[in-house]
Write a protein that binds this ligand. Structure first.
Ligand SMILES: Nc1ncnc2c1ncn2[C@@H]1O[C@H](COP(=O)(O)OP(=O)(O)OP(=O)(O)O)[C@@H](O)[C@H]1O
Ligand SMILES: [Mg+2]
Length: 344
C-alpha cells in the first residue's frame, strides 16, 4: 500500500513573502495565505463551474494540506460533485484557479490522475467481471504488470475484507460490498490523494463503520483524503477540516469542533410537542435560550446548559411530549448558517 507522501510539487515561494512586489501575481490574497499556498496539495481560488447559464460552483476558495482529511459537507445540489470532478481532472474549470498536487489540471491531467485515487458518487465497476479482475484490469490502466496488479489486488481485497468474494461476479455483490470494491480499486495505483464522493451513502451502519475504519487507516498511512458527504456524523468522524457547501458556495470552514464552537452552543434542548401545539406557542419560548429554531415537528433551544433550560421551560408550564438534551453537532451549524436542516 502507498502511504508515503511525496513532497508536493507546489510553488517554491517562501513561506512569508514580505519582500514580494505588490504587482506579483502570487501576492493577492495576503501573506497569511502564503504558507497555505506553499504546502497545499490542492489549492482553489475563485474556483467556478458553470453549466450554460447555471453556476454549480461559485468562486470558492479552499486549501487541502498533505496528510489531512478534508470534507465538503452539504445538501443535494450544493456543488460537491462538480467540485470533486474538477479536482479529479474529469471536468474542466470554468473560471478561477485550481492546482492539484502542485499541477494544473488543464495541462497536467494525466500526471495528476496517475497519483489520484477516485471513488465516484456512482460505482463504475465492470459488472461482467469478477471482483479480482476488476482490480487487475484497473491496475493495467496504470501500466502495472499482470503479476504486480495481481499482488496488489489480493492485498487490497484483504484490506476491504472481500477476499472470500474475489471470484464472484461484481453483479452479485451487495451495495456495501460494491462500495468497498470501488475503494479498493481507487487504491490500486497507490495514490497520494484519494477523492471520495459520498463514500457511504446508502450503506447500512455496519458497512459504514467498516469503511470509516478503512479510511482512517489510509489516513494513518499518510494518504490525503478529500471526501464529500451529507452525513454530519461522517464529517465529524472523518474530517480534520471541512467546508460547509450550500448553493454553490462555501458557507463556513474549520474543524468540526471549531465550527460547532463558532456557530453553535455547547448543548441543544429539543422539545417535541403534540401536533398543533407548537404553532400556538408564542411568548412562552421567549428568552429561554441563546437561540431558538422552530422546525415543523420540534423546537431547538440552543444553550450551554440544556438541562437548566428544560427546568425553566417546565416552570413556565410548557409540557412537551419529549425532552432531549444533546451536544451540538454539525447539523446545528448547518441550520444556523442556512436556516435549513441538512437531512429532512
Ligand atoms: N452536467 C451537468 N449539466 C448541468 N447541470 C449540472 C451538471 N452537473 C451538475 N449540474 C447541476 O449543478 C448543481 C450541483 O450539482 P452537484 O452534482 O455538484 O451537487 P452535489 O452537491 O454533488 O449534490 P448531491 O449531494 O445530490 O450529490 C445541481 O443543480 C446540478 O443539477
Ligand atoms: Mg454529488
Amino acid at each position: 500500500m502507498g502511504g508515503t507522501i511525496r513532497v508536493p510539487m507546489t510553488t517554491s515561494l517562501p513561506k512569508a513573502a514580505p519582500e514580494r512586489a505588490p504587482d506579483d501575481p502570487a501576492a493577492p490574497g495576503a501573506t497569511e495565505r502564503a504558507s497555505a499556498a506553499t504546502e497545499s496539495l490542492i489549492r482553489a481560488r475563485g474556483l467556478t463551474k458553470r453549466f450554460g447559464d447555471f453556476t454549480a460552483v461559485d468562486a470558492i476558495d479552499f486549501d487541502v494540506a498533505p496528510g489531512e482529511s478534508f470534507g465538503f459537507l452539504g445538501p443535494n445540489g450544493a456543488g460537491k460533485t462538480s467540485t470533486m470532478r474538477m479536482i479529479g481532472c474529469v471536468s474542466p474549470i470554468t473560471a478561477g484557479e485550481l492546482s492539484v498536487l502542485g499541477l494544473d489540471p488543464a495541462r497536467d491531467g494525466p500526471r495528476i490522475k496517475a497519483r489520484l485515487g477516485v471513488v465516484p458518487q456512482q460505482d463504475t465497476l465492470d459488472m461482467e467481471l469478477t471482483v479480482r479482475e476488476n482490480l487487475i484490469i484497473y491496475g493495467r490502466y496504470f501500466d502495472l504488470s499482470r503479476k504486480e496488479a495481481g499482488r496488489r489486488a489480493d492485498e487490497l481485497l484483504e484490506f476491504v475484507q472481500l477476499t472470500d468474494r474475489s471470484k464472484a461476479q461484481v453483479e452479485s455483490l451487495s451495495g456495501g460490498m460494491k462500495r468497498r470494491l470501488t475503494i479498493a480499486r481507487s487504491l490500486v495505483n497507490e495514490p497520494d490523494l484519494l477523492l471520495l464522493d459520498e463514500p457511504t451513502t446508502g450503506l447500512d451502519p455496519q458497512a459504514r463503520h467498516l469503511l470509516w475504519d478503512r479510511l482512517y487507516r489510509l489516513k494513518q498511512r499518510g494518504v490525503t483524503l478529500v471526501l464529500t458527504t451529507h452525513y454530519m456524523d461522517e464529517a465529524e468522524q472523518l474530517c480534520d477540516r471541512l467546508v460547509i457547501m450550500d448553493k454553490a458556495g462555501i458557507a463556513a470552514e474549520g474543524s468540526p469542533k471549531e465550527l460547532i464552537e463558532q456557530y453553535s452552543t455547547r448543548e441543544v434542548l429539543e422539545l417535541r410537542f403534540p401536533v398543533g401545539v407548537l404553532e400556538t406557542l408564542e411568548t412562552e419560548l421567549d428568552g429561554l435560550a441563546d437561540r431558538i429554531e422552530r422546525l415543523p415537528d420540534r423546537v431547538l433551544l440552543y444553550a450551554d446548559d440544556g438541562e437548566a433550560v428544560a427546568a425553566v421551560a417546565h416552570a413556565r408550564g410548557l409540557r412537551p411530549e419529549t425532552v432531549l438534551v444533546r451536544r451540538s453537532s454539525l447539523e446545528d451549524v448547518f441550520l444556523r448558517l442556512t436556516g435549513r436542516t441538512l437531512i429532512e
